[in-house]
Design a protein around this ligand. Structure first.
Ligand code: FA5
Length: 343
């Protein structure tokens, strides 16, 4: 009988060496301490033994049971510690990259433009995307049937939408449209503010035209307006040259100011730039001195204050800066394109 206990203990000692995880440990526990274990069988024979034998055997069996319990418990603790250890972060393993959001290239370019003008003491103001015919055209010296309206193919909103309010408003019924440029904000701002001031107006504009690599029906502009006593084209030239040199980080870039026509400025200019490495001139904006008629219509005296205004295509500037070959990529929602602009 005592030999039986010794052999249980020996086989347990051999088996416990092979246990490598908690599942195997549980199997081992059941095998050696469970109700159907050899030890349990041996104990059940106790009742058949005589007094001394029973005492000796019982003592021995209890020692073996205690031994098994202690070793099993130590083994469990060791296995658990090993398991916890395996779950710990291994800092030497390559990590999994977290996908984070970032700004759209157009938002980024708009922010860059704003920062440069803010540093020159301009304020940022915004206006409505749905405009009245009055602010988009009439108040900008483009009355109905004026041929210059052809310059801006327009999305009109059906029906008449009420009477015009405001200093420059006509009395007739109003038509609404999707603004074709950010210039209407020139009028809205001048109606409510007194010079001197300098503002930029970022915003989305719409044109009813065919799309191609450089034309969208929905794109972004950045308007600029500076009004005050003695403001001249020389001020415009300085401000805009400063802006472009900073925007393209090219202090040696060249500029060309060509005469142009926009009904709300006189004289009107088109600005071309040539950067380091550019082989030809690039047209970047329309601009000019605010037309006397426009100043008068908002209640300013053109003898006392003058101003310059400009309007540039934010998309086109983004395309030039980041060498984007097709404007439509900016609106494609193609993540392969967008993710190139992660900072
Ligand atoms: C205007 O919209 C005038 N309001 C600009 C202005 C403001 C002139 C103040 C004088 C004083 P224009 O139609 O040229 O002008 O548009 C200005 C810029 O918008 C263009 O130089 C170009 O960069 C951009 N642009 C015009 N049409 C599109 C288009 N379909 N897609 C993308 N960008 C365009």
């Amino acid at each position: 009988m005592v030999d039986k206990l010794s052999s249980i203990k020996a086989s347990f000692e051999a088996d416990v060496q092979l246990v490598t995880n908690l599942e195997q440990w549980e199997v081992l526990r059941v095998k050696y301490l469970g109700r159907k274990s050899q030890l349990s069988d041996a104990m059940s024979l106790l009742k058949d033994l005589s007094g001394d034998q029973r005492r000796d055997f019982g003592k021995h069996a209890n020692e073996v049971r205690t031994f098994l319990e202690v070793v099993l418990e130590d083994t469990r603790i060791a296995l658990e510690a090993k398991g916890t250890h395996a779950n710990r972060i291994d800092v030497t393993r390559p990590g999994t990259k977290k996908q984070t959001g970032h700004l759209h290239p157009l938002t980024r370019v708009e922010d860059e433009i704003k920062q440069i003008f803010l540093a020159m003491n301009f304020s940022v103001v915004e206006g409505p995307e749905i405009e009245t015919e009055h602010y988009n055209f009439d108040a900008l010296n483009v009355p109905a049937n004026h041929p210059a309206r052809e310059m801006w193919d327009t999305f009109w909103i059906k029906g008449e939408q009420g009477k015009q309010k405001g200093k420059t408003g006509p009395t007739e019924a109003l038509r609404y449209l999707l603004r074709t440029h950010t210039s209407p904000m020139q009028i809205r701002y001048m109606e409510k503010n007194t010079p001197p001031f300098q503002i930029i107006v970022p915003g989305r504009v719409f044109r009813y035209e065919a799309t191609d690599a450089s034309h969208e029906i929905n794109f972004y502009q950045m308007e600029g307006l500076m009004v005050g006593p003695h403001i001249s084209l020389a001020n415009f030239k300085y401000v805009i040259e400063e802006f472009f040199k900073k925007f393209f980080n090219d202090p040696a870039m060249q500029f060309r100011f060509r005469p142009s026509y926009f009904p709300f400025v006189e004289p009107g200019v088109e600005v071309d730039i040539k950067r380091k490495g550019d082989s030809k001139w690039l047209e970047v904006m329309g601009a000019g001195m605010v037309h006397r008629n426009v100043l008068k219509a908002v209640g300013y005296n053109p003898e006392e204050v003058q101003g310059f205004a400009f309007g540039m295509g934010t998309d086109r500037l983004a395309m030039l800066k980041y060498k984007i070959p097709d404007i439509r990529l900016l609106y494609s929602g193609d993540l392969r394109f967008i993710q190139q602009f992660k900072k």
